[in-house]
Design a protein around this ligand. Sequence first.
Ligand code: HEM
Length: 368
Amino acid sequence: EDIVPFYGKHQSGIVTPMQDFICMGAFDLTTTDVQAVRELFKSWTEACARMTAGQGVGDESTNAFLPPKDTGEAIGLLPTRLTFTFGVGASFFDQRFGLAGKRPEALIDMPRFKGDALVDDWSNGDVVVQVCANDPQVAFHGIRNLARIARGKAVLRWLQQGFQRTGAADPKGSTPRNLLGFKDGTNNPDVKNASVADEVVWVPPTDGPAWMTGGSYMVVRRIRMRIEVWDRTSLGEQELTFGRHRDSGAPIGEKDEFAKLDFSKKDAKGRPLIDPASHVALAHMEGKVQILRRGYSYSNGIDLKTGQLDAGLLFICYNRDPRKQFVPMQQKLAAQDRLNEYIVHVGSGLYACLPGVGQGGYIGDTLL
Ligand code: HEM
């Protein structure tokens, strides 16, 4: 119940049902020795296998003269479905480690999208780790111990925590709401269905490179919400923006959250019920392109210069080939989405998420 196995064909934390909390960070490698990177990935693998099973990192420390191996804040806590999901960015394939020839074509340099206001410090990184759990302290403990193990080999470049409603507040587990108040995730592809997951998420052997088989591409966008502006916007305008009703989550004109989106329906004046520039109308991509969204809300206190909330969506999605999925979708949204008035993309990353690890193997063993 509380354990999601770390080892498997695919990494966990991708098609795994979403946990309540995330603590996600990107590392920059400070070593230039590929053997040191290999050692780091091996140590990380061992630590992740232990932490996801509810054990501390390393053997119990009994030497009073040394710092303990595990940092301690998760002692006595259940693992609460802790998962670690690793990916490597384009910079992993620069001249430092001699891996340039292995860079997947799908691991593109992300194009600039209209309206992007990206901050370099919140973007990219050599290695990304998505840590999710149903407890915020367990998730934090996870990334903190990875950072500790990395000492001398890698440093955190950025770190972002995120949340959604917990199981305690919503025992039925209905679709979570984002900070704009709308249900978010309704029309995610049903990846419990293996053929859907294969189509949308997992890299098949035919796509190449061979070391990515069973992996996926993760896109991260830190999207700040202009919450104060949104909160002064009428309900009608808010619903027009998304193309769905706020409270029920149903498409405009419908009652049921899961009613099919029908863009041919018109109102009494002959206008489309779901506005063509609404978020769902555009993101639907005529039903031809899908991604698996797995994002979390974030709240980083306030912007001390303006007094406004620094909050938004830590957008995360998985796709088999970003050139065919995320990029065309975001190009369309960036150009036309009504939602753009209320959001701004401030961080970005694209990572090749490694295939799963078998017992005895280590994360990245197909690449390194
Ligand atoms: C649908 C919110 C950014 C892709 C939705 C829905 C909401 C929403 C409320 C409708 C419910 C659902 O089906 O989940 C947001 C917010 C965003 C954001 C608040 C930014 C802060 C993005 C981005 C992308 C994206 C950057 C991809 C480039 C989609 C897709 C759907 C969707 C594919 C489903 C469309 C369909 O029904 O076929 N989003 N979204 N969203 N969004 Fe977003």
